[in-house]
Each structure stands twice: as structure tokens, then as C-alpha cells.
Ligand binder design. Structure first.
Ligand code: KG4
Ligand code: ZN
Length: 406
């Protein structure tokens, strides 16, 4: 009986399609110069901000090992990320984090001895090359370059924002196809762009001042909300979302940024005005951060205004893509702020109006992580994009500066 139902399952069209897609991917891997009877396996390392992360990912989208050491506890007392502190934490943790991801993956195994016997089973090393904090980027890049050079493996320098965008394609068997509109909303960036292919982007909107993540973080600070530490990243933004859930978004009027006259037609973002508005309410004693009801209501009102702003500007970006003659297949949203359910709902409304699906990686893969870096490495390897062992980090690196491949 079991065998019969299994064989029925195996005969479905969906299974055939999956196997075909897998065969195509393996062919692509072989074309990338890695002739295997198995999918390629890539080690990814991420240290661009305050997460020290490593992951081992296969070409068919399986995560074999993943370790992410958040530094929230170290930075919370300072009310934000301290670059020098972040770098020293990366230095202290990167070796252990990489070893742990390899051990989980069962490659480069230590056999329980605690000693790694190399990177056997790893086909390439991918690492975030930029953009990000210089001293932090250096740590991951040095580790990756050393590992790749010592083992004679291909090195792939990854653009952090491209990694945020491409991870939506991981394990989806071609369901998230180019061209798509990406909406990347994190602590470092807030942008929209058309992804024409791997390494090929046209920027549409960018923030004129603060990133959305920064605004969430500063408002959380203004409201004296303790940071939240979760497996999905957490931090002040996640804490604000939790607080907002109990709040009345209508109690405090919040201006939706760039909603008036000249700037209404621009796809750019702006968050400093909204952040300042919360500060001015506090200065005017319109709320008291010591009162939980006030905290929740301000958080809810701020979150609603931020989500509305993201919705309106993403809608304009989608229209801009259409004007460019690009027929997007979907909207891919990623970055730490896209873990936020109100933000997701706002972006889902845009996708629905455009008649395309919204593709969001799960919250764990929306926030900074090394799976996305390993996966972007795989996508780049498949396009023949590898880097020399001598590459340096790139602190400021527009997505559009990536140049198209085949
Ligand atoms: O992508 P990410 O992990 O790191 C950067 O590349 O910056 O994004 C981090 C940002 C932080 O500002 C964090 O507070 C925010 O994402 N964030 C959130 C939520 N979870 C993380 N903001 C709003 N709601 C959330 N649930
Ligand atoms: Zn990020």
C-alpha cells in the first residue's frame, strides 16, 4: 500500500518537473566547471554587519549546515551597532562559526575530535564582499580568502543586497524567474530595483536619508523598547513590531513620508521625517515611553505609516518597471524589515494590484544570514563568476554597479 501510494506520488507531473529542473541545475553546475554526480556544495560566510554567520548550501537549495551568532547583547547597551565592537566579535567568532556550519553539514568533518580535516566536500567559498562596515567585512573576507586559497577552491565575492534578493530563488526550481522587482529593506538599505538576471540590476528607488531599519531602530529607542533576541534576527525592529501588535495605530497621527506634491511621484524613500515626528511628539510630551499603552500606540502608528510609505513607493517602482518595458514575474521582498508582518501585508497588496506573486524568504532568511551568501555564490558560479584570492572589500557598492552576465 505504501509502495503504491509512493509510486503514484513519483508519477505526478510535479515530480517530473522537479526532476527535470534538478537535471538542468546539475548541468549548469557541470558547466560551471564542477563535474559532479551531485549538486555543488558551497560554504558561505557573512560578516558585513553584526551577525557572524556561516552556512553550507547545495546547488539544489538544501541547507546542510548553518550557524549565526547575533551580537545583539553586545550592542544593545550602546543603543545601536558599534563598528569596532562588531569587528572584534566577528574576529572572536568566525572560526568557530565556520567550523560549526561545516560540522553540521558533515563535510570537512572533525569526527568528534573538534579538529577539522579540511574542506573535503566543499566546492567553493562565497563571502560577503560589500557593502557594509569596513572592519567587519574584512574579517569574513580574510577568512574566506584564506580558506579558499589554502584548499585551492573557487572564491566568490558576493554583494550583500544581491544575496538578499537571490535567496528568494533558492530551492524554488525556477519558480522565481527573472526579471523581477526587488524591494530590499534592511538596516543598511532601502531600495527598489529590477533584477534582470544574476549580476544585472537597474536601480529604481533609494532612500534619500535613513534606511527603514534605522528608523525602526531609532523609534524603538525613543520608545525605550528592549531589544528582542530571536532565531530570526530580532533586534529593536522586531521588538517594535511585537509592541505594535497591542497598539491602536489611529491614536497618534503620523505623516506618511513623501506623500505630498513634488515628492509624491518619486519612487524614492525617506524615513528621517517620520523618525523626527516621533521625536517631536516625545519632546512635546504627547506620549510617555514609561507607559506601555503609549509605547504600543506610537509603535503601531509609526509601523503603519512606514508600511504605507513602503507600499506606495513600491507601487511606483512597479509602474516604473512597466514604463521601462519590463514585464516582472513577481515582486521579491527581503531584508530584515521584511520580517515585519505589516510590511509584508503592505507589499502583498502591491503585488496583488500588479497581478504577480509576492516572494518573501522566510523571516530567518530575510534578516542577515550566510545561507543567502552561499546561495548567491551558487548562482554566480553558475554564471561563471568567480573572484581572485586578492579581492578587497567594497564598503559602498551600488547594486547597479554589478555588471550583466550572459
Ligand atoms: O537585513 P538586516 O538583518 O541587516 C542589514 O543588512 O541591515 O536588517 C536589519 C534591520 C534592523 O534595523 C532590524 O531592527 C530590522 O531589520 N528588523 C525589523 C524586524 N526584524 C528586523 N524591523 C521591523 N520589524 C521587524 N520584525
Ligand atoms: Zn542585510
Amino acid at each position: 500500500m505504501l509502495l503504491l501510494s509512493q509510486s503514484r506520488r513519483w508519477n505526478t507531473g510535479a515530480t517530473a518537473k522537479r526532476l527535470l529542473a534538478q537535471a538542468r541545475r546539475w548541468t549548469a553546475d557541470a558547466k560551471a566547471g564542477i563535474p559532479h554526480s551531485r549538486p555543488i556544495v558551497v560554504l558561505g560566510i557573512e560578516t558585513s554587519c553584526d551577525d557572524t554567520a556561516a552556512a553550507v548550501v547545495t546547488g539544489d537549495g538544501c541547507v546542510l549546515g548553518e550557524t549565526n551568532r547575533h551580537q545583539h547583547a553586545a550592542h544593545e547597551a550602546f543603543g545601536g551597532i558599534v563598528p569596532s565592537l562588531a569587528a572584534s566579535h566577528h574576529m572572536a567568532s568566525v572560526g568557530e562559526v565556520v567550523r560549526d556550519a561545516l560540522r553540521q553539514a558533515g563535510v570537512g568533518g572533525s569526527g568528534g575530535s573538534g579538529r577539522s580535516d579540511g574542506l573535503a566536500g566543499i566546492d567553493a567559498v562565497a563571502v560577503t564582499r560589500g557593502p557594509g562596515m569596513a572592519a567587519s567585512l574584512c574579517v569574513g573576507l580574510a577568512a574566506a580568502k584564506t580558506l579558499a586559497a589554502v584548499h585551492g577552491l573557487p572564491l566568490v565575492g558576493v554583494h550583500h543586497m544581491e544575496a538578499h534578493a537571490l535567496v528568494a530563488r533558492m530551492g524554488r526550481g525556477g519558480a522565481v524567474a527573472f526579471p523581477f522587482l526587488c524591494v530590499l529593506v534592511s538596516g543598511g538599505h532601502t531600495l527598489t530595483a529590477v533584477a534582470h538576471g544574476v549580476n544585472a540590476y537597474t536601480a529604481i528607488g533609494a532612500t534619500r536619508d535613513d534606511s527603514a531599519g534605522d528608523a525602526f531602530d531609532k523609534v524603538a529607542r525613543e520608545l525605550r523598547i528592549p531589544w528582542l533576541t530571536t532565531q530570526d534576527g530580532g533586534g529593536p525592529g522586531a521588538a517594535l513590531e511585537r509592541m505594535a501588535a497591542a497598539g491602536d495605530a489611529a491614536r497618534f497621527a503620523m505623516p506618511v513620508p513623501m506623500d505630498k506634491s513634488a515628492s509624491a511621484a518619486s519612487p524614492d524613500f525617506s524615513f528621517s521625517g517620520l523618525k523626527e515626528h516621533v521625536r517631536s511628539l516625545r519632546r512635546a510630551n504627547a506620549f510617555d515611553p514609561a507607559i506601555p499603552r503609549d509605547q504600543a500606540d506610537v509603535a503601531a502608528a509609526f509601523q503603519r505609516a512606514a508600511a504605507t510609505h513602503l507600499r506606495k513607493k513600491t507601487a511606483l517602482a512597479a509602474r516604473r518597471a512597466r514604463d521601462m518595458g519590463v514585464a516582472i514575474t513577481c515582486i521579491v521582498a527581503a531584508g530584515g524589515v521584511v520580517s515585519n508582518h505589516a510590511v509584508r501585508a503592505a507589499l502583498a497588496a502591491v503585488a496583488a494590484a500588479e497581478g504577480v506573486p509576492l516572494e518573501c524568504p522566510p523571516p530567518r532568511l530575510c534578516a542577515d544570514n550566510a545561507v543567502m551568501v552561499a546561495w548567491a555564490g551558487i548562482e554566480r558560479l553558475r554564471c561563471g563568476l568567480t573572484d581572485a584570492y586578492t579581492i578587497d572589500f567594497i564598503q559602498r557598492w551600488p547594486l547597479e554597479a554589478l555588471k550583466g552576465t550572459a
